[in-house]
Every structure is written in structure tokens, then in C-alpha cells.
Ligand binder design. Structure first.
Ligand code: NAG
Ligand code: NAG
Length: 369
């Protein structure tokens, strides 16, 4: 405490304490605190705890990451050989993606050689014969194929051997997992997907019902696009990851393609792409061990999305759409079509679709034992 002398100079204050009572009941001694003080203190402490917990939860949520503890997998299903397509249903009704195609039934697919399987390969192609003036034309859309595995899955480790991805202006091919009858409630997992020439690379994407985002920590080499997987956000763009140049189209095919490995489990969904000359020995040896595969191309952890409940009863689906929502959205700036609309381009130019085919080796589905 300080006081002033007669001249107004600052001097030490030696007077008696002005409030003798407070000397006996110092403010800092809790013994003398009233009820109001205690309540106030309790409120302050509660607020501090809440802030602390909030910060702690936020920090730990941002750092949360599934364990992805290695599971022991054993082979459950193999799709290969001459009977490859017997394990699939042919989708023959309207195209939900509004493409300029007619999906062939098994009879037409055989007659037009749109699905064809040998001991080593299964080919799924677009009609590249019909055009203006031919007996069957493509004036109302081109003949193509969409097949869906008869078996459905709730999780698993999928090994897709892919020798050739379809490409060319107007094409929209995809290899994916979905329950077409229960979309988006049962989720959608897009494994290989691209449009036109495919030189922008592969897109790996999830589509779900609400409350599913990828806004947390991820470990992957691909480039994340939108965080939200919710089909209602941004016109169903989904939470995509770009695989990079060479992961689709001619560049991928020129190296004899490779393997897409998809691990779908409650911890999350991860995808790896291996070039033909880099397929891990444990995959070729049918003893897949994802722990040994290094960083995934795409990682969709369960930290902000209940993967276990958002995905179920999915079939393996392979198709080639033409035009449709995704292609039409960027057609004008795609450099494709020479001024024609996408549909006109498709109807008029059968020869443009000679590379619009999938060629698969085997698909293998493993389950944790
Ligand atoms: C059908 O397609 C396959 C694969 O492209 C080809 O090897 C085969 O010769 C074709 N068959 C006919 C009858 O055109
Ligand atoms: C599983 O998927 C198939 C194909 O979409 C559908 O027909 C079937 O009703 C689904 N089953 C369940 C239990 O959701």
C-alpha cells in the first residue's frame, strides 16, 4: 500500500489497516468464504473442466485412428475361368445413372460378344459395331453391360485382378460394390472408376446415407477430394480419392494393368493398387497380409463414419456406362466429341469404343477367420 506526503510525493503508507475485520478474515482463507463464493467457484471449476474435456476430446478425435490390426484371411469365393459370368446377374432395366446405353440381357450379351470368358480372362465390352446404317443401330443408345454378383458381402478382403480398363470419349466405366436395391442405406464402394480417356486417373469413392465423413486422420498416398460421403451432399459426389496418373486408362493398361485390393472391415475401408510387376507375393500366394502392403492408395477410416453400419449386402458390380450424369457434367470442357453432344457422339461412332472394355483376371474374396 502507498500514501502521499504533504508535498504530494509518494511515500510508504504506515497507517492502520482500514478494515480491521478483513485482517481476521483474509479473503484468501476458504474458512471465511460465504455460500455465494463457493457456488461461484464451483461454476468456474465446472466451466474449466468442460473446456478441458472439450479440448481433450477434440485433440484426441483429430488424432484418432483405427488399429487396423492384421486379420487372418482365408479364401471364400473365386470368380474366374469360363464360368466367370455365371456368378453374376445381368442388369437389364433402365440405367439409374441416365446413360446413353441399353444394358444387354445374357442372350444379347452373348450374341454381340459383349461378355466373353476364357480360362484366364473375362471380357466385358461395349458394342463397337452398331452405328448409322447398320442393321441394328445405336440411335437410342449403345448396347453395353452391367453385371452384379449373385453373392453379396458385408465385409471382406477383395482382390481384383484387372488387365484392361475401358477408356475413350464418353465412357464411364466402374468396378464397384453396391446393393442396388438398397441405395444409399447399404452404401457404395467405388474401386475403379474414371471417365472419358481416363487420364485423370482412378477415383476411389464411398457413397453413404447421412453422418459419414472422412474429416479425421487418414494414411494414404491418394489425394482426398470432398470429405462428406453423404449422397445428399454436393449432388452425390461422395468422398473421393484420386489415385493419380497412370492408375486408369491406357497408361494402366499398357503395363498389363494390375491388382486392386480392397479391405472392407469395421475399422474402415482401404484400397491398394499394385502394378502388374509389383503384386505382393502374399497376394499371388493366396495368403494376403495387408500389413505388409505399405500405405494404402485410399483410406476411409471409421473415426467419423460408422463403416460397420453404413455398408452391407453389397454385390460386386462391373459396368460400362456411356454419357450419363458424370460424363455429361464435364462434356463441354472434356475435349471430346468435336462439338457433338455426348449422345450423338455415342450413336454415330462405334469405332470410338474399341477400347471400351474391361478385361479381368480372377476376383478373389477372402473373409477373416
Ligand atoms: C469375342 O471377344 C473375345 C474377346 O475380345 C475375342 O477373343 C473373340 O474372338 C470374340 N468372339 C467373336 C465370335 O467375335
Ligand atoms: C441384398 O441385395 C439384393 C440386391 O440388391 C437385394 O435384392 C436384397 O433384398 C438385399 N437383401 C437385404 C437383406 O437387404
Amino acid at each position: 500500500m502507498t500514501g502521499y506526503d504533504d508535498e504530494g510525493d509518494l511515500m510508504p503508507y504506515h497507517g492502520k489497516p482500514r478494515h480491521p475485520a478483513t485482517t481476521k478474515m483474509p479473503w484468501w482463507n476458504p474458512r471465511y468464504w460465504g455460500k455465494r463464493v463457493w457456488i461461484g467457484l464451483a461454476v468456474v471449476v465446472a466451466i474449466l473442466i468442460a473446456i478441458g474435456v472439450g479440448v481433450g476430446v477434440t485433440v484426441s478425435k483429430a488424432n484418432a485412428y483405427p488399429s487396423y490390426k492384421q486379420l487372418a484371411y482365408s479364401l471364400q469365393d473365386t470368380y474366374s475361368g469360363e464360368k466367370f459370368f455365371d456368378q453374376f446377374n445381368y442388369w437389364t432395366t433402365f440405367d439409374p445413372a441416365q446413360g446413353w446405353i441399353h444394358y444387354a440381357n445374357p442372350g444379347d450379351a452373348k450374341a454381340f460378344n459383349l461378355t466373353y470368358a476364357t480360362k484366364d480372362s473375362a471380357v466385358l465390352r461395349v458394342d463397337d459395331v452398331s452405328g448409322p446404317g447398320s442393321e441394328r443401330d445405336a440411335s437410342t443408345g449403345r448396347l453395353s453391360v452391367r453385371v452384379e454378383s449373385k453373392k453379396t458381402y458385408d465385409k471382406g478382403l477383395f482382390i481384383f485382378d484387372v488387365k484392361h480398363t475401358p477408356y475413350g470419349c464418353a465412357t464411364w466405366p466402374a468396378l464397384w460394390l453396391v446393393d442396388s436395391a438398397n441405395w444409399p442405406q447399404h452404401g457404395e464402394i467405388d474401386v475403379l472408376e474414371s471417365i472419358n480417356e481416363g487420364d485423370d486417373g482412378n477415383m476411389m469413392t464411398l457413397h453413404t446415407s447421412s453422418d459419414c465423413t472422412m474429416s479425421g486422420k487418414r494414411k494414404m498416398t491418394g489425394k482426398a477430394l470432398q470429405d462428406s460421403c453423404d449422397s445428399k451432399v454436393n449432388h452425390n459426389a461422395g468422398c473421393g480419392v484420386e489415385g493419380g496418373k497412370g492408375s486408369f486408362g491406357k497408361a494402366f493398361n499398357d503395363k498389363q494393368g494390375g491388382v486392386m485390393a480392397v479391405e472392407w472391415r469395421d475399422d474402415g475401408i482401404r484400397m491398394w493398387q499394385f502394378a502388374r510387376d509389383g503384386i505382393p507375393a502374399d497376394i499371388s500366394g493366396k495368403k494376403p497380409t495387408p500389413d505388409a502392403w505399405g500405405t494404402a492408395a485410399a483410406d476411409f477410416p471409421n473415426t467419423h463414419c460408422s463403416i460397420g453400419s453404413k455398408f452391407s449386402n453389397n454385390s460386386i458390380v462391373a459396368n460400362i456406362d456411356l454419357c450419363g450424369e458424370l460424363v455429361e457434367a464435364s462434356w463441354k470442357k472434356s475435349g471430346c466429341g468435336g462439338g457433338k453432344t455426348c449422345k450423338q457422339f455415342v450413336s454415330d461412332n462405334p469405332k470410338e469404343f474399341s477400347n471400351a472394355f474391361w478385361e479381368f483376371g480372377a476376383f478373389e474374396v477372402y473373409q477373416a477367420s
